[in-house]
Design a protein around this ligand. Structure first.
Ligand SMILES: C[S@@+](CC[C@H](N)C(=O)[O-])C[C@H]1O[C@@H](n2cnc3c(N)ncnc32)[C@H](O)[C@@H]1O
Length: 300
């Protein structure tokens, strides 16, 4: 594992500000990734704090475990990086590596730049790679399996439901016709099948939303977020905060609705509107353009 930055974290200052961190706090970063946010969190809560970093991707866990222990060799005891889903935060909080309760929980959803640039797992059609898309490679289901074994109707529902692509039906039919000749096993082939099925309009490649939909489906990203939102309050300390960075409307809608419900039960939103990236950040890091940060303080 080398230590060059493998992911450019978004909304870093905004997130750190909104978390209002203090020494001694217990913090969980549920999608620790390459540790962009985590490294700043650890700096602010140690030496007396407790930090749990979670990621589903083994590579990320290994990378960030090493990165943090190099930056903060003195804080090894208070810092745990574990391979799991943030949806299991309640169980993790109670385990030996957890912190019992958390004063702050952050999740920064989706994939990292490393997944696109270097993972070899087929997250993007910019590179020709096997259609995998699993964060957690111990999981069975891959993108290739979904593409080659779902029915046409299932594919159409998936591309519409998780990609919001108006051409979902046509794309599903194109995939089913193409796979009769030969199974679709690579990003390049899938992108070509889709491009041959629907005409390109505007800047977006016609396969963009199908790739998003497959990634969300393979990793059950909406299901994981839903379980998290249903359970996380059980491990939030009084006056604790939950921060979520989302990257598309499907996720943001779920977060917005959950926070609205929590507000009715006494929680307090930290910002009136979701925080978005500054112009400067949007220019420098295109990934930040779709990012929305919502933060809520739980009061009981
Ligand atoms: C946008 S990146 C996080 C980047 C991180 N904040 C940083 O500063 O480097 C999202 C990360 O979440 C991980 N991930 C996706 N779904 C997850 C889940 N259900 N539980 C835990 N980690 C997950 C991915 O493997 C990826 O590393």
């Amino acid at each position: 594992v080398h230590m060059e930055p493998i992911h450019r974290a978004v909304l870093v200052e905004e997130t750190i500000d909104a978390l209002a961190l203090q020494r001694g706090m217990r913090v969980c970063d549920g999608t620790v990734g390459a540790g962009g946010h985590a490294s700043l969190i650890v700096e602010r809560i140690m030496p007396s704090g407790c930090f749990t970093g979670i990621d589903r991707d083994e590579y990320m866990v290994e990378y960030t475990r090493q990165r943090l222990s190099r930056i903060y060799p003195q804080h090894q005891d208070g810092v745990s990086i574990i391979r799991a889903s943030y949806a299991d935060i309640v169980r993790i909080a109670g385990e030996a590596q957890g912190c019992g309760q958390y004063d702050r929980v952050l999740i920064d959803l989706g994939f990292s730049s490393w997944h696109i640039d270097a993972s070899g797992k087929g997250f993007s059609f910019q590179k020709n790679e096997p259609l995998d898309m699993r964060y957690d490679t111990t999981q069975e289901q891959t993108a290739a399996q979904i593409v080659n074994s779902s029915s046409e109707a299932q594919l159409a529902d998936l591309i519409w439901g998780m990609g919001e692509d108006r051409n979902a039906r046509r794309i599903a039919r194109g995939i089913v016709e193409a796979r009769r000749k030969e199974r679709i096993m690579t990003t390049e082939r899938l992108a070509r099948v889709i491009a041959d099925t629907v005409p390109r309009r505007g800047r977006l490649h016609p396969a963009t939303k199908t790739f998003q939909a497959l990634r969300i489906a393979v990793n059950d990203e909406l299901g994981e977020l839903a379980s998290f939102l249903e359970s996380v309050r059980a491990v939030i300390a009084p006056e604790g905060r939950v921060a979520v960075i989302s990257f598309h409307s499907l996720e943001d809608r779920m977060v917005k609705n959950a926070f609205r419900l929590w507000e009715k039960e006494g929680a307090h939103r930290v910002h009136k509107k979701p925080v978005i990236a500054s112009r400067k950040e949007q220019k420098e890091n295109p990934r930040s353009r779709s990012a929305k940060l919502r933060v809520i303080e739980i009061r009981r």
